[in-house]
Ligand binder design. Structure first.
Ligand SMILES: Nc1ncnc2c1ncn2[C@@H]1O[C@H](COP(=O)(O)OP(=O)(O)OP(=O)(O)O)[C@@H](O)[C@H]1O
Ligand SMILES: [Mg+2]
Length: 261
């Protein structure tokens, strides 16, 4: 069976800076891939190239048997790629529930705004949206569901991250991209995040997940496929044990001196 996502020779230049240098990789249905690499390595740029935030300078992005290179983000979401961002993109003044409903807009016929202002069919659609959003929140966490009418901005950091994932799932993606989901979390919260992602895999065995992570505990929890990037290039891939012991990876993280010392 062909890969769900296949990136071939993706290069992204910003002026003289090569943020991504001919990166190729693929992920199959139901698989998890962890992307690691030092700050500024090009990890988020990779997500931005896959999701149409940037059109790559060269190279190709294929998803679900279609060429989506440089397609606009809304189309990429509609085709089945959901994502979270490194820095929160929640609407902090809107309720938790409304934030999830906004994530669903690509699936409704009239769109969320239409549903808010139009009577009849779209009102019914809106009611269905609320129901679906509540089901999603409940599945995500009982705690978050209890807080569904609170403004998103008043949530604790870990719950905000959880809400971002719930919102990304609201578009019913086939592929979920998580950009450093554990940032700002303490150990207990990180364990809860690992449990959330593990549960998600059990509940949705067809869902593929790409995870950018700095916390090796999270990477270790999903060790089958790991890719390391440095200065825009892929420098290692394989299972976690193999990538971790690769001298180029150690050099990238610790610096040459540490490895040769
Ligand atoms: N829109 C842009 N314009 C110019 N340079 C950019 C742009 N986006 C990213 N870069 C640069 O590209 C390089 C890769 O950035 P990127 O954000 O992808 O790194 P990263 O691996 O996600 O790092 P971090 O771990 O800090 O999030 C960096 O040097 C960054 O400054
Ligand atoms: Mg980043």
């Amino acid at each position: 069976m062909s890969a769900l996502l296949e990136v071939t020779d993706a290069t992204m230049r910003f002026g003289g800076l090569v943020a991504l240098n001919a990166v190729s990789f693929s992920i199959g249905r139901g698989e998890v891939l962890a992307v690691i690499g030092p700050n500024g390595a090009g990890k988020s740029t990779l997500f931005n190239v896959v999701t149409g935030v940037y059109r790559p300078t060269s190279g190709q992005v294929r998803f679900d048997d279609a060429d989506i290179t440089g397609r606009p983000s809304h189309e990429v979401v509609a085709r089945g790629i959901g994502r979270t961002f490194q820095t929160s993109r929640l609407f902090s003044d809107l309720s938790v529930l409304d934030n999830v409903i906004i994530g669903m807009h690509t699936r409704t016929k009239t769109g969320v705004l239409g549903a808010l202002f139009l009577p009849g069919a779209s009102r019914r659609e809106m009611a269905a949206c609320v129901e679906t959003a509540e089901i999603l929140l409940k599945a995500s966490s009982g705690d978050l569901f209890e807080q569904r009418h609170r403004p998103a901005g008043t949530l604790a950091q870990a719950d905000r991250r959880r809400l971002e994932i719930a919102r990304a799932l609201a578009s019913e993606p086939k592929l979920l991209l998580l950009d450093e989901p554990s940032v700002g979390m303490d150990e207990v919260e990180t364990d809860a995040l690992i449990a959330d992602i593990s549960r998600l895999r059990t509940e949705r065995p067809e869902l593929s997940v790409i995870l950018i992570e700095h916390d090796m505990r999270v990477v270790e929890a999903f060790p089958d496929q790991v890719m390391c990037v440095d200065y825009g290039s892929k420098i290692a891939e394989g299972d976690f044990a193999r990538v971790k012991s690769d001298p180029r990876v150690q050099e990238a993280y610790l610096g040459k001196a540490a490895v040769h010392a």
